[in-house]
Design a protein around this ligand. Sequence first.
Ligand SMILES: [Cu+2]
Length: 121
Amino acid sequence: MRKRIMIIGLAAALIALARPAFAHAELTTSSPADGSSVSASPTELDLSFSEALNLNFSGLTITGSDKSAIETGDPMLMDGDKVLIVPVSQTLSAGAYTVYWHVLSTDGHKSSGSYSFTVTP
Ligand SMILES: [Cu+2]
């Protein structure tokens, strides 16, 4: 327990040190989470970032295991423009899905990445 707190403290210190050089938006959490399994098809994807985003230049695509694109609705921002919310327009069948996100933070920096989750029957 104490070791975990130390590691969290160290990680926080490293993030604090890295901040001036890397102030652009990084994905901090998502729902469904990276590597998670969900039993129900999500109705939306929530991506939390470290910085506020510019909605006009931020978005995502989600693909199934056969690389086919999943239909999504219009993205929106919440919580100080740091959370990108994208409705999922179709029901996801069981399988693995990858989310490819790209964002422009309000400091003018672009960043992108991807993560995956699984829908279980
Ligand atoms: Cu930046």
